[in-house]
Design a protein around this ligand. Structure first.
Ligand code: GCO
Ligand code: MG
Length: 413
């Protein structure tokens, strides 16, 4: 393996859109990287095809750090989700190649296993409590040992996190499970009322604890909708129910805002699925304003950069909680599992199962047992891409929803 011969970008839409970079070397090895950016997929396709792929041909695939620094610094325009997803795809494909060349599962090159498996959480939801309880039971039967809880809010018609199959406004078949993006030419509109949500949610957690007992780790995603003082109030109200974490309680671009949240609550906080570099975490980490780093390998410059973020976070007793929704492809998920197995400060892994068509396009070797994931022991990431199968599903335009308050004002989604 001395040089990269081809760099192809494969776009496929089995259950949803995925963008995959496939690198092939002079000796015929292939490496895969995920570059899926939900709702803005083609921007990353162009970045890779038009600007990055030509630079990769002839490069030494072993030089992962050098390639990362070259792509990051030579672009001049730093950071941002499109750039960092493109760099991530190259980085993960190179790690996949190096591990395949070594004949080892990738986690071995990252230092070897620090644990036997990765605790993973799934998404339970319901429009009301009976539906939510059924969903929690269903997840327990599927083997989940940690569960995210999202519900409808009285008076609101469509709320983030409630499964598409449970929602009146969504035609089943438009989306699957908890996938928030929908195919079509315009984003779906959802509605929001923070006061109604704050009144409703503590009672939901009280009921869930009452039904399922004190031990089950429970999580919740605030999805960037509250102000810091509202988030502080919610965190405090949820303390009796002992959450594993409260996620994205505010839009955290203003990192100092989290100081205010921390002054009011000891509920653990997770942030970062929309971040893309270590700089987004600087204040959050050094002031210990969060407990979990939510970044995905796919959106944060790949294994090379996310590993640095997680090592930095480790010095402050902050752990990983890598993003793992359906819009991270099986390639991106595999990268997360190898990294999570190797680092010391692993916390939890989000795990939403992909649809059946996706599993036919991407052949995976991870295992799921007793609520824990393991990436498997195949050389590399352990994922292969069936390009014939991928070719059956051309790109379809899709958007994430957006939010309006009851008076029509656009709000964070
Ligand atoms: C999560 C996320 C997702 C995002 C989605 C956007 O915690 O899993 O918030 O549900 O909304 O990944 O593309
Ligand atoms: Mg989230």
């Amino acid at each position: 393996m001395t040089s990269i011969e081809t760099a192809e970008v494969v776009v496929t839409s089995p259950d949803r859109n995925f963008v995959t970079l496939r690198l092939t070397t002079d000796d015929g090895l292939t490496g895969l990287g995920d570059a899926t950016l939900n709702g803005r997929e083609l921007a990353v396709v162009s970045y890779l095809r038009d600007h990055v792929a030509p630079l990769l041909i002839g490069r030494d695939p072993h030089r992962i750090e050098d390639t990362w620094q070259f792509l990051y610094r030579s672009a001049y325009w730093r950071r941002g989700p499109v750039t960092m997803a493109a760099i991530a795809a190259v980085d993960v494909a190179l790690w996949d190649l190096k591990a395949r060349a070594a004949g080892m599962p990738l986690y071995q090159l990252l230092g070897g296993a620090s644990r036997t498996g990765l605790l993973a959480y799934g998404h339970a939801s319901g429009r009301d409590l009976p539906e939510l309880f059924d969903s929690v039971r269903d997840h327990l039967e599927q083997g989940y040992r940690a569960i995210r809880i999202q519900t409808g809010v009285p008076g609101l018609k469509a709320v983030y996190g409630v499964a598409a199959t449970q929602r009146a406004d969504v035609t089943v078949g438009d989306r699957y499970d908890y996938e928030p993006a929908s195919r079509g030419v315009f984003p779906q509109e959802e509605d929001w009322d923070t006061r109604a949500y704050l009144r409703h949610l503590p009672g939901v957690f009280e009921a869930v604890r009452g039904e399922f007992g004190p031990e089950l780790p429970l999580l919740h995603d605030g999805h960037h909708r509250m102000t810091p003082i509202q988030a502080g109030r919610l965190g405090k109200a949820l303390e009796p129910y002992d959450l594993f974490w409260l996620e994205d309680c505010t839009p955290a671009e203003n990192q100092q805002g989290l100081r205010l949240v921390r002054q009011h609550t000891t509920t653990p906080l997770a942030i970062g699925e929309v971040f893309n570099t270590v700089w987004d975490y600087q204040t959050l980490v050094t002031e210990q304003l969060i407990d979990y780093v939510r970044s995905a390998v796919t959106h944060t410059g790949g294994i090379t950069h996310l590993r640095k973020i997680l090592d930095f976070a480790a010095q402050y007793q902050i752990r990983s909680g890598m993003h793992g929704p359906t819009d991270i492809s099986p390639v991106g998920m595999a990268a997360a599992l190898h990294l999570g197995l190797a680092i010391h400060n692993f916390g939890i892994q989000e795990y939403m199962k992909h649809g059946a068509r996706t599993d036919e396009v991407f052949h995976q070797t991870f295992t799921w047992k007793d609520g824990r994931l393991h990436p498997g022991d195949e050389p590399g990431l352990g994922v292969t891409l069936d390009t014939d199968e991928a070719g059956k599903y051309p790109y379809q335009r899709a958007y994430l929803p957006y939010n309006r308050l009851t008076d029509g004002t656009v709000h964070d989604w």
